[in-house]
Design a protein around this ligand. Structure first.
Ligand code: ADP
Ligand SMILES: CCCC(=O)OP(=O)(O)O
Length: 374
C-alpha cells in the first residue's frame, strides 16, 4: 500500500515541507522566510502560527487536504540526547521541546506535526532527531571544567548524505568513514565512523565554523569581557550564538546568494568574510581526518550553500587530498523523513516512545566532573 506522508523541517531561514505518495514527492517546497519577517518574533516558539500558516498554504496551493495524509514525519529539535531512530510524537515530546529553553524553530517540528496529526487522527513521527547523540567520549571533553560538548547536529541530512556517498562509492554506510559538512543557515561538520557520528561541532551552542546565522567558535576571553561589560544583555549575546552571528552579524544577511552578488560587484569585505566560512569548514574537515587516522572514504558537502560553486571549489581545493569530495547540494531531509514514516507504518522499524530520559547524563568514572547543565 502506498501512504501519503507529510514531511516537515522548520529551519532557521526556511520552512521545508513536502508531501509524498510512497517515496515519490507530490510536491516539495522550501519557503525562504525573509530575516526581517522572522525578526518580528522574539522567540522561536512564537513562530508557531506563522509556520503553521506557511504549511497550510503549501498544502492548499498543491491541492492536498490534511485528511489525505496517512502520517506526519518531521525534524524535531530540543528532544535532548537520544539514540537514533524513530520516536512517536505525543504530548510528552511537545511539552519537553517547548520547555527545553532552545530558541530555534526546529522546536516547532513536534508541536506542529502533533497538532496536524491530532486533527485527523493519524500518527506523527520524529526521525533521527537533531540531538541524536553518538559522540565518542573524548569528543565530549572541553578544557572548561563542567562544560561538555553536546550533539546538536543536522543528523537527518548528515546521515542521509553519508549513506548516499557510501552507495556512490559502492560500500555500506556502516562499512566506511565519512566527513560531512552541512552548510545551511546553521553549519555542522560531522565525523561518521562506521555508521556512527562520533564527533561533530554543536550547531546550537556556539561551536564549529561560523555559519550564515551563527557565531561558531570564538576566543572565550573577549566574550567573557563583553558579557560583564556595562549594558550587556544576555538576549542579545545569545542571539549572536544562534541567530544573528556569522554572516548575518558580519554582512547583514544570511542569504549567501545576496553575498555572492555583492562579491561580484567588488565588495572586498564580503569576499573575505564569505571565504573565511569556507576556510573554517576546510579546517574542520581536515581535523576530522586526523580523528579517523586518515582513513576517510568520502567527504560530502551539502546544505543550501553547497549550491555555490565558489564555496565548493574553495573547500574542495583544501581537502580533496584526503578523500573524494561529493557534493549533494540542498538537503535530503524530506526523503529521509518520508522513508522513515513508511518504515514505521509498515512495522519495518520500531517506533520508540519518548521518555524524556537523556541517553547521555555525564561521565560516571571516579573523579569525573559533573556536567554544569545536567
Ligand atoms: N543557489 C544557491 N547558491 C548559493 N547559496 C544558496 C543557494 N541556495 C541557497 N543558498 C543558501 O543556503 C542557505 C540556506 O540553506 P538551507 O539548507 O536551506 O538552510 P536552512 O535549512 O538552515 O534554512 C542560505 O544562506 C542561502 O542563501
Ligand atoms: C540541529 C538544529 C537544526 C539547525 O540548526 O537547522 P538550521 O541550520 O536549518 O537552522
Amino acid at each position: 500500500m502506498s501512504y501519503k506522508i507529510l514531511t516537515l523541517s522548520p529551519g532557521s531561514t526556511s520552512t521545508k515541507v513536502a508531501v509524498f505518495d510512497g517515496t515519490e514527492a507530490l510536491f516539495r517546497l522550501n519557503v525562504t522566510h525573509p530575516s526581517e519577517e522572522l525578526a518580528k518574533y522574539d522567540m522561536a516558539a512564537d513562530q508557531f502560527e506563522y509556520r503553521k500558516g506557511t504549511i497550510l498554504s503549501a498544502l492548499e496551493g498543491n491541492g492536498v487536504r490534511l485528511a489525505d495524509i496517512d502520517a506526519f514525519s518531521g525534524y524535531c529539535g530540543a528532544m535532548g540526547p537520544t539514540v537514533g531512530g524513530i520516536f512517536a510524537i505525543d504530548r510528552k515530546v511537545c511539552d519537553h521541546v517547548l520547555d527545553a529553553g532552545v530558541n530555534h524553530p526546529a522546536i516547532l517540528g513536534a508541536p506542529l506535526l502533533y497538532a496536524f496529526a491530532r486533527e485527523v487522527g493519524r500518527p506523527a513521527y520524529a526521525v533521527n532527531q537533531p540531538d541524536t547523540d553518538e559522540l565518542c567520549d573524548v569528543a565530549r571533553i572541553t578544557g572548561w571544567p563542567g562544560v561538555y560538548r553536546k550533539s546538536h547536529v543536522h543528523c537527518l541530512n548528515q546521515k542521509e548524505c553519508a549513506i548516499r556517498c557510501a552507495a556512490e562509492l559502492g560500500m555500506g554506510y556502516e562499512d566506511g568513514n565519512f566527513i560531512v559538512a552541512h552548510v545551511g543557515g546553521g553549519l555542522s561538520v560531522a565525523c561518521h565512523e562506521r555508521g556512527r557520528m562520533v564527533d561533530t561541532n554543536d550547531v546550537l551552542e556556539g561551536a564549529g565554523p561560523f555559519a550564515p546565522n551563527r557565531c561558531g567558535d570564538v576566543p572565550a576571553k573577549p566574550v567573557v569581557r563583553m558579557a560583564f561589560a556595562e549594558g550587556a544583555q544576555r538576549k542579545q549575546m545569545d542571539g549572536v550564538v544562534g541567530k544573528t552571528g556569522g554572516l548575518v552579524g558580519l554582512l547583514g544577511t544570511d542569504d549567501a546568494r545576496k553575498i555572492l552578488a555583492r562579491i561580484e560587484q567588488g565588495d572586498a569585505w564580503a569576499e573575505v568574510v564569505y571565504d573565511a566560512m569556507a576556510y573554517q569548514v576546510s579546517k574542520y574537515v581536515a581535523g576530522f581526518a586526523a580523528v579517523l587516522k586518515g582513513k576517510v572514504d568520502g567527504i560530502v558537502l551539502t546544505g543550501g550553500v553547497s549550491h555555490d560553486p565558489r564555496f565548493v571549489s574553495y573547500v574542495t581545493e583544501r581537502v580533496e587530498w584526503i578523500a573524494p569530495v561529493k557534493v549533494y547540494a540542498g538537503d535530503f531531509e524530506m526523503d529521509a523523513l518520508a522513508s522513515g514514516a513508511i518504515r514505521a507504518l509498515d512495522g519495518e522499524e520500531p517506533v520508540m516512545a519518548f521518555t524524556g530520559e537523556p541517553s547521555w547524563k555525564g561521565f560516571s568514572m571516579d573523579g569525573a566532573i559533573a556536567d554544569v547543565e545536567a
